[in-house]
Structures are given as structure tokens and as C-alpha cells.
Design a binder for this molecule. Structure first.
Ligand SMILES: [Zn+2]
Length: 184
């Protein structure tokens, strides 16, 4: 059921699964708040934190934001970026996402790490805890961008404009407050 996969503390709930995927037993219990274990066959699954990366792209006095084409937070502004795939570094995952979403070709070493935020992400009725690494990139000129894949549009906003936007996730609000609204 939606919103029932994690409790307020981000601990996994035994209601995430009704049956063990290995033996179909209904004796599922939660171990250490982050794993589901089957009492009959011992099958153990960790609902681990997922890694994601986003970027604050600055050109002059404007910052680039992406409008989400999908739930959660459909239509709201987010940072370009997304989940890191298997066998990718944060920078590699972010460069792949920027290419998929905006047609922006970057090398991983163009990115400067700023810090990270924890976040929650509800997708297909399963809630995940994520940790979002935030990078920065300063461009001398605005590149030619095409919104595609997970984003429907993009906007360049000044700090003053960004100050009145309600962003897609609390983690983005925090990143904007820390690295855009207080930017020199
Ligand atoms: Zn089982």
C-alpha cells in the first residue's frame, strides 16, 4: 500500500510485502528497522537507501531547474539529475542523467561536489529513503538544451525568482536555500 512501506523514521514496514518472495509464507518480520525477513525460509531483504545525484547549474545570475514530467511531484521544479545506476559513480550517474534529460554532454570532472541531503521518494506505491548528492557546475554561456525523458521543461531562474518557488522535494528546498539563496 502507498506510504505504508516506511514509517516516520524511515524504517521499513512488514506491510511492504504480504508474502515471502521465496516461499510465499506470510510470516514476514522487520529486522533492525531496515530489512524484511521470512520466518519460515529465512529469506532476508534489505530496503537500502538509494543513491541519487543532482546539480545546481549556474550561468551568470541564473540557475537551471527542471520541471518533472512524472510522479512524484509531477510538474514541480527539481534539480536536474536522478538515481545512480549500478556500477556508476555519483558523477557518472549524474552525467548520464543530464544527457538523458537535457541533452547536455559533460565530463564527470566538470562537476564540483557541494554536499548531500537525505530525501524520501514514493514511486509505484513503494517509498524509498534516498541520499541525494548535490554538485555544482558554472557555465560561461547557456547551452542548447532539450527537455526530455523525466523532465517536461526547464527554467533559468534568478535567486530572487527561486526564493518564491515551492520545489518538488524538501531536499531540493534545502539545497536551494543553502547554495542558491545564499550564493555570492
Ligand atoms: Zn520465505
Amino acid at each position: 500500500m502507498s506510504n505504508d512501506s516506511l514509517n516516520d523514521k524511515g524504517q521499513v514496514s512488514s506491510t511492504l510485502w504480504r508474502y515471502c518472495p521465496q516461499c510465499a509464507s506470510q510470516s514476514i518480520s522487520v529486522t533492525e528497522g531496515k530489512a524484511l525477513q521470512c520466518g519460515d525460509c529465512g529469506f532476508l531483504y534489505f530496503h537500502n537507501v538509494a543513491a541519487a545525484a543532482g546539480v545546481l547549474i549556474r550561468c551568470g545570475d541564473q540557475f537551471l531547474f527542471a520541471e518533472r514530467a512524472k510522479q512524484p511531484s509531477l510538474g514541480m521544479l527539481d534539480l536536474p539529475g536522478g538515481f545512480v545506476d549500478a556500477d556508476e559513480s555519483l558523477e557518472q550517474g549524474l552525467c548520464r542523467e543530464l544527457n538523458e534529460e537535457l541533452g547536455l554532454a559533460l565530463k564527470p570532472d566538470a562537476l564540483t561536489y557541494l554536499g548531500s541531503m537525505h530525501n524520501r521518494y514514493l514511486y509505484a506505491e513503494v517509498e524509498y529513503c534516498t541520499v541525494d548528492a548535490i554538485f555544482s557546475l558554472t557555465l560561461a554561456d547557456k547551452p542548447n538544451l532539450v527537455a526530455k525523458d523525466d523532465i517536461s521543461a526547464f527554467q533559468w531562474l534568478t535567486r530572487q525568482q527561486a526564493a518564491s518557488v515551492r520545489f518538488a522535494f524538501p531536499a531540493v528546498e534545502q539545497a536551494v536555500a543553502r547554495w542558491v539563496l545564499s550564493a555570492k
